[in-house]
Write a protein that binds this ligand. Structure first.
Ligand SMILES: [Zn+2]
Ligand SMILES: [Zn+2]
Length: 261
């Protein structure tokens, strides 16, 4: 098993020490563990986000993961990345930031439209049809930049809606785009954990994944760990793997890493 979607307590809604995530992954039998905490942004306003590390903390994140990578190199391969939104006006900054640190990869988590300075969480505001359209359009526009290794929780909007014609249309547009551009889609276990605890199917949503399967999309399972226990317990990973196999989807474990000159 490999997992590239792992958070740390720096994002303010995850718990546990960095080293505990590594030990849990080793214990569970992961060969590769990628850290992809919620990216900081260099805002041009005085906005302070409450679900990501401030930019001033990034160095410490990088140093901490780098030292764990070295310490456990004989037991597990550790990669350093970030989970990022698509904020058009800050993308040049993001690209040069990734290059400066030689980050291994960036995951695309389309959590907010344009910037969290102006808009609400896409897991809530997409209840509105117009915001769902904006979610789909900005997802496609973001993927067009080619900087992300995969699209996290493409069906995030199902946290805000019940399945309807609009959702079906969104699933078709995203699946068709990903198929055409060979973009890897993520089956997200944080959504699955939330669905189970709330007793209602949010995301991953069966109807969405039936459509993605029809298009023949490639899929990767992302633990989206917000606690070491999410890595230690592999039961949801196994359930998901079997479900995607039943849908006859091609499940991949490897991602393309960023290249720098
Ligand atoms: Zn998170
Ligand atoms: Zn995440």
């Amino acid at each position: 098993m490999k997992n590239f979607h792992t958070h740390t307590s720096r994002c303010m809604h995850a718990s546990g020490k960095d080293e505990e995530y590594v030990l849990a992954a080793i214990e569970a039998g992961y060969e590769v563990l990628g850290f992809s905490d919620h990216t900081p942004w260099k805002y041009d306003s005085d906005f302070v986000a409450n679900m990501r590390m401030p930019l001033s903390q990034f160095d410490e994140y990088y140093q901490s993961i780098s030292s764990l990578k070295e310490k456990y190199k004989d037991q597990i391969e550790i990669k350093i990345g970030l989970e990022c939104e698509y904020y058009p006006k800050y993308m040049e900054w993001l690209k040069s930031f990734a290059k400066e640190y030689r980050l291994d990869y960036l995951i695309f988590g389309n959590h907010y439209y344009e910037s969290d300075e102006y808009h609400m969480y896409n897991g809530a505001c997409t209840r509105n049809d117009e915001m769902l359209d904006k979610y789909v359009e900005s997802t496609i526009e973001g993927l067009d930049t080619g900087v992300y290794c995969y699209l996290a929780h493409p069906d995030l909007f199902m946290r805000a809606r019940r399945w309807d014609k609009k959702c079906e249309e969104a699933a078709h547009r995203l699946s068709a785009y990903c198929k055409e551009h060979d973009v890897l889609m993520e089956y997200n276990l944080a959504g699955l954990r939330s669905s189970i605890s709330r007793g209602i199917m949010e995301y991953p949503h069966d109807e969405f994944w039936k459509i993605a399967a029809q298009y023949g999309n490639r899929v990767i399972i992302g633990v989206d760990a917000h606690s070491p226990k999410h890595l230690r317990d592999t039961s949801l990973y196994e359930v998901s793997y079997n479900k995607l196999k039943d849908l006859k989807m091609e499940i991949v474990e490897d991602i393309d890493f960023l290249h720098y000159e």
